[in-house]
Design a binder for this molecule. Sequence first.
Ligand SMILES: *Cc1c(COP(=O)(O)O)cnc(C)c1O
Length: 429
Amino acid sequence: MNKVFKGLEDKRETGDVWFDELKRTRDIGPAIVSKRYEEFNESTKSVHAGQYDDPTTNALGTPIFQCSTFMLNENTYQAIGEGRGRDEMIYTRYGNPSQWSVQEKLSSLENAESSIVFSSGMAAISSALLAMLDKGSHIVSSRDIYGGTYNFLYEDLDRYGMSVTFTSPTDIAEIEAAIQEDTKVLYFEGLTNPLLKIAPLEEIVALGKKYNLRVIIDNTFLTPYNIKPLDLGVDLVVNSATKYLNGHSDLVGGTVSGSRKLIDRIWPQMLKNGGSMDPHACFMLERSLKTFALRMRTHNANALEFATYLENHPKIKRVYYPGLASHDQHELAKSQLKGKYSGMISFEIEGGDEMAHLLLKKLHLPKEATSLGGVESLISLPYNTSQASLTKEQQREIGINDGLVRLSVGIEDIEDLITDFNQAIKQIF
Ligand SMILES: *Cc1c(COP(=O)(O)O)cnc(C)c1O
């Protein structure tokens, strides 16, 4: 049986002790000016937090600092010498005011001390994981995770002398049983693709505390508008900013947020992997985030209404949406997500994959594309997109049944989406 074996003693061998005992005080940030609007609500934070208004020109809004490098001075030389370059402007892969500005907005929205923006969600995820693991480390994760993350864990960890066990994301006993002597990280998604299973965060955090493990949550499907995992004791939260955070299907990016201590440990990994966010992309992301709360409110409301419509439709066999009473984990959804269930819906249509394909062709409003979280509705079939690398048998095992459709509900007027679905379904049956 499991025992609580991870004390500080074990950590001395891994070198972690240097890190944990480092006494240097660290400011939150880094930031040019720290303006987090912490006492305000979500829309106010979305609009104002992190924004840098230029005092020289009085220009309103963060300029795009489109430069690769910065003029050096005594401070920067000293920072380089002392290995604390994260708080100085030296070179854009290390840090840039456009990054710092959007990072402050994200930290405000996540209730985090510190954040880093990356050139993609996968850059954020791979850097965060590599920074938290050592040779010989083991990680417990789930079969229901993003394909890119699964491939990284399944194909690459082994090459670095690390290992992974995949469990169900909802079965806390199975997760606990998978924890080994060398386990360092529990890695799960807050809401999974495509069956919208909910990771029981409080129980996972309790396991992390019991075994002294770091808990990393990919919150892409939920976003900090719907739940702030750090508030529940999660150590690091990662997001693909490509999805809801940017929300306009015109940028690829990623984020990691957490304590200044842990983010300071991921930063050198980012420098080595090279996945920092370009200043222009930072500008786009910060601009998009101004409407973040506004968009999320509409995504949430539209999806709940659309899921209810689908559930009452005679040609729809089953609907997966955490806000419906029919969802396997509806009670957990209510207590953990507090009525904010996100904009993702999956459903099974009568007639299987053949009818599902026809449906996609007859719809006018939702675009047939992979990805999610944009202002426009996007629709796809998991069996030939996000879960295409699995065999039919593996697909059935995790619950991808014939005729399963995934819908990212946009911010269009919901009555227009319903009218569009009605006409499409009428044509195919
Ligand atoms: C899209 C996605 C990612 C990967 O993000 P990219 O920005 O495409 O690199 C990771 N996790 C989840 C849950 C995603 O949906």
